[in-house]
Design a protein around this ligand. Structure first.
Ligand code: BV8
Ligand code: ZN
Length: 252
């Protein structure tokens, strides 16, 4: 459910102030989560009713143990999500950020695996939790893009090099995040003049720790989320609106 707060005085005041913070900044960091893709028809994780975890348990689907137990089921779940992502494509929020990158130095740090920031034209994107359009071998180093023909099917694929099961190149619970993405995130945050946190419930670590650190520091933080999160009371500017509304408003 998306709030439309365009007529709300609080929203307009916060938008003015956030816009000022952004216009002063040269180096901007965006930390994004599932909410930015919600309006592309990609379900979020933790929201009641519509969130993926309302219907499935994370341990049942997004863990190495679950994959070892029932790879067919996990593959089918990721195939289904790829279908939704391909159908939806980037929305006005993703496009606004790509536009912002043309006038600012912008680093996007995302927990999303959908690739929609890049599909909208954003180029500097650090993917903390991997990418659903890639797969890798569960045993050796072999990795590849998921071929479009297979992106729709359900059959798990075996590694061309060693015969072990291929798996989505995604970070599951209990797994390490890619070091390159974490290093890029830390470096960009250390230099940022303004941080935009959009569409994340700020509950999954270590990604949420990046937000906590930004909020504790002196750099202005703008949060875009129709719902409150654990950091909402502590950010400098809070835009209680959907990403497809607030990001174009902010960048305009
Ligand atoms: C690890 C990928 C080290 C699969 C996902 C500290 C304390 C407690 C626990 C831990 C801790 N540190 C680590 C842990 C354990 C765990 C963790 O954080 N657990 C939490 C839940 C308590 N973390 C890990 O296991 C991480 N690894 O720590 O490794 C290690 C390793 C070995 C041994 C020792 C240490 C790995 C975490 C990766 C998990 N992977 N899934 C997949 O995608 O299939 S998690 C999943 O959550 C997604 O990937 C997603 O990216 C991520 C974050 O969720 P959000 O993006 O925030 O989405 P959510 O649904 O929660 O919220 C959506 C928000 O959008 C809402 O706020 C909503 O209001 C808003 N919204 C809705 N509509 C809109 C909107 N906003 C704007 N516009 C809209 N229209
Ligand atoms: Zn292999």
């Amino acid at each position: 459910q998306v709030l439309d707060v365009s007529d709300d005085d609080d929203y307009n005041l916060a938008l003015d102030q956030a816009g000022e913070a952004l216009s002063c900044a040269g180096r901007v960091v965006v930390l994004s989560g599932a909410g930015i893709s919600a309006e592309s028809g990609v379900p979020t994780f933790r929201e009641a009713q519509t969130g993926l975890w309302a219907r499935f348990s994370p341990a049942d689907l997004a863990s190495p143990e679950a994959f070892a137990k029932d790879p067919e089921r996990i593959w089918a779940w990721y195939h289904w999500r790829r279908t939704l992502i391909a159908r939806g494509g980037p929305n006005a929020g993703h496009h606004a950020l790509a536009q912002l990158a043309e006038i600012k130095s912008l680093q996007t740090i995302t927990q999303n695996v959908d690739g929609l920031h890049q599909a909208a034209g954003s180029r500097r994107v650090a993917e903390l939790h991997g990418n659903i359009w890639r797969e890798r071998c569960s045993e050796c180093d072999h990795a590849r893009l998921v071929p479009m023909a297979e992106a729709q099917g359900d059959a798990p694929v075996r590694c061309r090099d060693c015969g072990a099961m291929m798996r989505p190149a995604i970070v599951w619970f209990g797994e390490m995040l890619p070091q390159t993405a974490l290093v890029a995130a830390d470096a960009a945050l250390a230099e940022a003049d303004c941080v935009i946190v959009v569409g994340t419930s700020n509950q999954v670590y270590p990604a949420a720790a990046l937000v906590d650190t930004a909020v504790a520091g002196a750099t202005p933080v703008i949060e875009i989320n129709p719902q409150e999160t654990p950091v909402s009371q502590h950010v400098d500017h809070r835009l209680a609106a959907s990403a497809s509304r607030a990001l174009p408003d902010l960048v305009a």
